[in-house]
Design a protein around this ligand. Structure first.
Ligand SMILES: [Zn+2]
Length: 666
């Protein structure tokens, strides 16, 4: 979990507080062996007409520049570390954001003025804006007591004795903890791991017992503390002074009040980009901490949690690969003569995988059967028993179009379990992404009913597996099969942690998936249906993924994207009336990959659903695999430029009309 800070940027404005920020920047640069950029932004009003910063004021600009360099050199005199001055013009937050990206900075240090009243509100938002806008962590230094920082402060070592961080056991929180732990080890500080319990600890967590309330409370507290302590590996725990803290209430309040009472020197929090509505209801921990913390605050944005930290881990390993789930036992699910969902579909795909230009480029992931407990997370025991009873038995019809054969139960368990394996190995970082080439398909399967060629709902079960077994918090399911994934929608329509985004032909089998099906109760807004008329092609689909899926995904911030990949949107498919070309699947995949790169470090797993043209299905899977593996990098602007404006607008405007109340990005 150790982090690297090769380049630190310290933003200064030459106020006395800048000295405090520099003091921190210089000390961190020493501790982490970093190169320090000391920046100052000359705040000229921009020339509206020529777009350059005050181009008419040449003389003045030069004076300002000379002054800034002189001041920086004064501040930094006698410093024996690798550093350089940077002077820019413009708006300080914009300039700091730009420099951070351009110079590949790992950490930004800035000071927050201890002002009050209106000034505090205004200046407070500058730091908040910086924290939200930066793709890298921001350390906001704060002067705890009124004092006049002296010139020689830079020569004294920075003392960080107590660090406090909030943990909610999510994937993000692991990344935040990585920063807190690294700082604690560097500064030899005690690390307080706080878990805020927003509701009183009660029977929601364990079965109610007859034990007196106090005892249950104690038992649960102990359990939570153990869980907290476990977040740090044994090896790291040896070198670190750890203390677990449970707080009842909102994390923002908890962090600030605990920090005041316990003389905390640094609070480490993640930056969450919540939707406007969600923020209104629960507020943002980051904002609360930036406004109220009595000490310095380190904010860690999701881009870093999902990208950089793991990037470093990945670099030390061998090159990442794209995994594929393939297994002959999937061919044992026999559906009868003339059935479109037959074993020849996978045979065509597996034959393609053995072609010389594919063989050896993808690593096989062995499936395992899904456990009964895992199926029970979504399917009813009676239904599981019913499917289990078909094992080894002659053909049986669940519905007029959904059949089983002696090998169907095993294949269905392996289909869900194969996806679990793929998800687990992508989440662990062993594979960059993966494609589960499995059958029977799953997205029509309901809790107690198989239908539409589906027995168990592989993708829905995969999302539950990622949450229950891997601890991920938010999963995005993208379903581009020509048919609506009614089963997947129904499982999660009340769940704000699984976002279901589906494009499908409409009206068409199974009849569901209108624009107005947006989820229920707490899950309202987390079901996004894009029903489409006939004839949508590459450009329109990719544009929908760029202009609707991307902004919603960015706001939702999934930890993983799972795709229900149906090839029945291909122009030659007998089941649908869409016009996607084989190459179109590459662009579609590239768009989803870019979304995954931004949201969740590229963590993306495809699962096979429909697609019934035996001549094209192999080729379609091939272009997707080559895109996933980076063998091809398809253009997105090219197909979208050719999209039918009318077709796209129809989908875009209706979706926006229905969903803009849930997603501020739309
Ligand atoms: Zn389909």
């Amino acid at each position: 979990m150790s982090i690297r800070l090769d380049k630190i940027l310290c933003a200064t404005d030459f106020s006395q507080f800048s000295t405090v920020a520099l003091h921190c920047g210089v000390n961190l640069a020493h501790q982490f062996n970093s190169h320090l950029l000391v920046s100052h932004t000359v705040c000229f009003p921009r020339n509206q007409i020529y777009g350059t910063a005050a181009s008419a004021r040449g003389g003045e600009q030069e004076e300002q520049e000379n002054y800034a360099f002189k001041k920086i050199n004064q501040f930094m005199r006698n410093q024996s570390l690798s550093w350089e001055p940077l002077v820019t013009y413009g708006e300080p937050v914009d300039e700091t954001t730009r420099l951070t990206n351009e110079q590949d900075v790992d950490l930004v240090v800035a000071a927050s003025h201890g002002l009050s009243g209106l000034k505090r509100i205004l200046l407070g938002t500058v730091v908040e804006r910086m924290a939200r806008g930066l793709s890298k962590p921001l350390l906001v230094t704060r002067v705890a007591k009124k004092r006049s920082p002296k010139d020689n402060i830079l020569q004294t070592p920075l003392k960080i004795k107590r660090i406090l961080t909030a943990c909610d056991f999510s994937h993000d929180s692991q990344g935040v903890l990585g920063y807190a732990l690294s700082f604690a080890l560097k500064f030899n500080a005690r690390l307080y791991l706080m878990h805020a319990v927003e509701t009183p600890i009660n029977e929601d967590i364990v079965d109610p017992t007859d034990a007196p309330y106090g005892e249950v409370q104690q038992f649960l507290e102990d359990k939570l503390r153990k869980k907290l302590a476990k977040l740090v590996s044994e090896e790291e725990a040896k070198d670190c002074d750890l203390k677990t803290v449970l707080f009842q209430g909102l994390p923002g309040e908890g962090l600030c009040s605990y920090a005041t009472e316990n003389k905390i020197d640094l609070i480490v929090v993640g930056v969450r980009h919540r939707g406007a509505f969600e923020k209104m209801l629960i507020g943002s921990t980051t904002e609360a901490v930036l406004r109220c913390a009595p000490c310095s605050v380190l904010t860690v944005p999701p881009a870093v949690l999902n990208g950089r930290v793991e990037d470093n881990k990945i670099k030390s390993k061998t090159k990442l690969k794209t995994g594929i789930v393939r297994d002959k036992r999937y061919l044992n699910h026999l559906t009868g003569e003339g059935h479109p969902e037959n074993h020849k579909r996978l045979e065509a795909i597996y034959t393609m995988l053995d072609e010389p230009d594919m063989d050896g480029y993808f690593t096989a992931i062995d499936p395992r059967p899904a456990e009964r407990e895992e199926l029970l997370l979504l399917h009813s025991p009676e239904y599981i028993d019913k499917i289990a009873a078909t094992a080894g038995k002659d053909g049986f019809s669940l519905t007029p179009d959904t059949h089983t054969s002696p090998g169907s139960y095993e294949a269905a368990l392996l289909a869900a379990g194969g996806l679990f394996e793929a998800i687990s190995r992508v989440v662990s970082g062993e594979f960059a992404n993966a494609f589960a080439l499995v059958r029977p398909p799953g997205h029509h399967a309901e809790r107690s009913r198989g239908m539409g060629y589906c027995l168990f709902n592989n993708v829905a079960l995969g999302a539950m597996f990622a949450r229950e077994s891997l601890g991920l918090k938010r999963i995005l399911i993208v379903d581009f099969d020509v048919h609506h994934g009614n089963g997947t929608q129904h499982f999660f329509e009340q769940d704000p942690f699984v976002l279901f985004f589906s494009t499908h032909q409409y009206p068409h089998f199974p009849g569901t998936g209108s624009f107005t099906e947006t989820g229920l109760g707490r899950g309202e807004g987390y079901t996004v249906n894009i029903p489409l008329g006939k004839g949508y092609g590459d450009g329109e689909f990719i544009a929908i993924f760029e202009k609707l899926l991307r902004p919603i995904a960015l706001e939702f911030e999934p930890d993983l994207i799972v795709v229900s990949a149906g090839f029945d949107i291909h122009k030659s498919d007998p089941m649908g009336k869409m016009k996607i070309t084989t190459k179109g699947f590459a662009g579609l995949t590239r768009s989803i990959m870019e979304t995954a790169d931004i949201c969740c470090g590229g963590k993306l797993v495809f699962s096979l659903e429909g697609g019934y043209n035996l001549k094209t299905i192999g080729k379609c899977v091939k272009v997707i695999l080559n895109e996933l593996a980076g063998h091809t990098i398809s253009s997105i602007p090219e197909p979208t430029a050719r999209a039918s404006r009318k077709k796209f607008d129809h989908a875009f405007k209706r979706c926006r009309h229905v969903h803009k109340q849930f997603w501020k990005n739309l």
